[in-house]
Ligand binder design. Structure first.
Ligand code: HEM
Length: 400
């Protein structure tokens, strides 16, 4: 869609144009810098490389998310194949279908369900941290940020056996595929297909541990209480949506605390600041920095008309650094406590798994600050993904 083309129903107000590509290696490696450049151009910026209108400012992103009738999630991904594949999920659906699909997940990830998991998750976090403290030096990604969520989520679903090694590449592939069909996305199709086949065709309730969420959902489907395909979608969404984001956040938090020893010391003195530190990490280095929408009508955003049928990019990572919203947005400060950050999105599509994610991350940090006086992080290697921002590896050394 050409932003400069004459439009029949609304007087055209042209969006500023940027040559940046949201999914290029350069943008993925310098996300905050590129988003800052887009913000300085306008609240809405047209990107020919993605044929998309980026919404860059905090308030405009929240307003768009409050109006799903205009900003539809049918194009949450940036390629038609994925939007088609995702059409049965809450992520890519609109009301009224959205509410029904989301309920399958939220029933199982409710605050009450999370409270019952807290003891186990915190105990497992403590066991892992103690093992790592013994080692003194280890890979903060593979041994901590990846190992913990993979183990928690597989236990939650009730998976027994040998799939653990596949979970990370599957989660990564699922996120790459939300972008346009660049090389990263094309290479991810076979892996994402494996995950879909496993969750929708191969996995059965018989193989799942008694008492797990997976087993309970399977039994509900067997009884006919929920649609048979709900089981596959539930497991798929937990693995695809919940893995790479949680992994990225744990890695980001460890790295940011190592880079800011004053903040780490503050956190150790006052562990009640843990949720604030996690929120600030999600604001400062947003793990899933942008999601797609499609406009169902001409809509004006901050003086710019976005025509009906346009691909939109809601840049949560940009809203989280918006200087109109946050004072000194480029400073990492755990006292800021940005409870209203956009790291989990906002509105009806706001992250359905945030209770679980917070439980995992808070549990790890609580144990970490109890056992580790000081530590360093070196050799941080990024891993570029179209939709999420994990590191590939980082060396953590416990110094005291
Ligand atoms: C720190 C970790 C996480 C982050 C940063 C994160 C981020 C997000 C964001 C930004 C959205 C909004 C998408 C949109 O606006 O279209 C979202 C939605 C969603 N997330 Fe998460 N997520 C995390 C963990 C999880 C976990 C652990 C699960 C599952 C157990 C999960 C399941 C979902 C689902 C199902 C949706 C779609 C909700 C809907 O459309 O109604 N996420 N997440």
């Amino acid at each position: 869609m050409n932003p400069a083309a004459p439009h029949t129903t609304t007087p055209a107000t042209t969006a500023p144009v940027s040559e940046q590509d949201l999914f290029s290696d350069h943008t993925l490696a310098h996300t905050e810098e590129v988003y800052g450049e887009l913000r300085s151009l306008g609240t809405v910026v047209y990107l020919p490389a993605n044929d998309a209108y980026a919404i860059t400012r905090y308030e405009a992103i929240r307003t768009a998310n409050s109006d799903p009738a205009t900003f539809s999630s049918r194009q949450v991904a940036f390629n038609p194949q994925m939007n088609e594949i995702l059409s049965g999920t809450s992520l890519a659906s609109d009301p009224p279908q959205h509410g029904k699909l989301r309920a399958i997940l939220t029933d199982n990830l409710s605050p009450r369900a999370m409270r019952s998991l807290k003891g186990t998750i915190y105990a497992d976090a403590d066991t892992l941290v103690r093992e790592l403290v013994e080692k003194r030096t280890f890979d903060g990604m593979a041994d901590l940020a990846v190992a913990f969520p993979v183990s928690v989520v597989l236990d939650l679903i009730g998976v027994q056996g040998d799939k653990r090694d596949r979970i990370l590449p599957w989660g990564e592939a699922a996120f790459n595929l939300l972008g346009p069909l660049n090389q990263r996305a094309r290479e991810s199709f076979p892996l994402a297909g494996e995950l879909f086949k496993w969750t929708h065709e191969e996995m059965t309730g018989d193989g799942l541990a008694e008492g797990s969420i997976g087993h309970a959902v399977w039994q509900a489907a067997e009884r006919g209480d929920i649609a048979p395909e709900s089981f596959g979608y539930l497991v798929h969404q937990i693995l695809a949506a919940g893995m790479d984001t949680t992994i990225a956040t744990i890695g980001n938090l460890i790295q940011l605390l190592a880079d800011h020893p004053d903040q780490y010391a503050k956190l150790r003195r006052d562990p009640s600041k843990i949720p604030a530190a996690v929120a600030e990490t999600l604001r400062f280095r947003t793990p899933a920095p942008g999601f797609g929408r499609v406009t169902t009508r001409d809509v004006e955003v901050d003086g710019v008309t976005i025509p009906a049928g346009s691909q939109v990019a809601l840049l949560y990572g940009s809203g989280n650094r918006d200087e109109l919203k946050y004072e000194n947005p480029d400073v990492f400060d755990i006292d800021r406590n940005p409870v209203d950050h956009l790291g989990f999105g906002y509105g009806i599509h706001g992250c359905a798994g945030q209770g679980l994610a917070k439980l995992e991350i808070n549990g790890l940090v609580e144990s970490w600050i109890r056992h580790v006086d000081s530590f360093t992080v070196t050799d941080v290697i990024p891993r570029l993904n179209n939709f999420s921002r994990p590191y590939a590896s980082m060396q953590v050394t416990i110094t005291a």
